[in-house]
Design a protein around this ligand. Structure first.
Ligand code: HEC
Ligand code: HEC
Length: 208
């Protein structure tokens, strides 16, 4: 009996799989918020791009293909005024918990295009931080957590390749000035405070 239940559950998962990946058809609420907004909140696409690809020039981060839990967690932090950004705090507060979850799932299912970072073409200081870190100052290699090309990793650590330089610099400053909380086990505040301003600028441009 137990076995049969398990087989049935597996079949269900298999049949739900492709639909869940195609995403849009099974998540109409998330898609609606992303593309049309709600009565209170404008369409996310206005800033984050038609497919969540972000807007490099304006400094709006890409959301496509990011981990759903991460996106949802960040929306909650904005809603609770723990992560500071006037625009996003307002929107996150106006969305319900279910709406935030739906739109996070929607973006997680969008295809991401992470550019290839060619270390050979970068300033050596930036390439070294990405690949080796600065062990003498306790900074591990960025790629060791963010994926071997900065594309993010399967445990949900955010991508850093192809992200807007303006956004990158804002995040480093937010951690330096304690305006973005550090989730458990997250070394970013220490890293941001240890990097020099020059290194932050070099990395921002290397990764965009
Ligand atoms: C008017 C422009 C604008 C709109 C519309 C907008 N955002 Fe944002 N969003 C931003 C900016 C700017 C940031 C960066 C804020 C910061 O520095 O913390 C951001 C950051 C985020 C982040 C954090 C990303 C990360 O990598 O940590 C998430 C998640 C997010 N937005 C989701 C949404 C969702 C979902 C919607 C629609 C309900 C939306 N945004 C609508 C401008 C916008
Ligand atoms: C030990 C693992 C680890 C290392 C090493 C690391 N990071 Fe991170 N990083 C994280 C985690 C985890 C997050 C997600 C933050 C959160 O949950 O609030 C993050 C978030 C970020 C973000 C914000 C992404 C977004 O979408 O908002 C940037 C930018 C970033 N890291 C850059 C770097 C750079 C540059 C380096 C190298 C100097 C680096 N990280 C090294 C774990 C790491």
């Amino acid at each position: 009996m137990k076995n049969r239940k398990r087989i049935f559950a597996t079949l269900l998962m298999l049949s739900a799989g492709p639909l869940a990946i195609a995403g849009t058809s099974t998540n109409t609420l998330g898609e609606k918020i992303a593309r049309k907004g709600t009565g209170d909140v404008p369409a996310c696409a206005i800033c984050h791009g038609d497919h969540g690809e972000g807007n490099i020039k304006a400094g709006y981060p890409r959301l496509a293909g990011m981990n759903a839990e991460y996106l949802d967690q960040q929306m909650t932090l904005y809603a609770q005024d723990e992560r500071k950004n006037r625009i996003m705090q307002e929107y996150a507060q106006k969305l319900s918990i279910a709406e935030r979850r739906a739109v996070s799932d929607y973006y997680a299912n969008q295809t991401a295009h992470s550019p290839h970072i060619d270390l050979k073409t970068l300033p050596p200081q930036a390439a070294k931080l990405l690949q080796v870190g600065a062990p003498n100052r306790g900074i591990p290699s960025c790629f060791s957590c963010h994926g071997d090309n900065g594309q993010g990793n399967k445990d949900g650590i955010a991508p850093i390749a192809g992200q807007s330089a303006i956004y990158f610099i804002h995040q480093m400053n937010a951690w330096r000035f304690n305006e973005r909380p550090v989730t458990e086990g997250n070394p970013m505040a220490v890293i941001a405070k240890t990097l020099t301003l020059k290194e932050i600028a070099l990395l921002a441009h290397a990764l965009q």
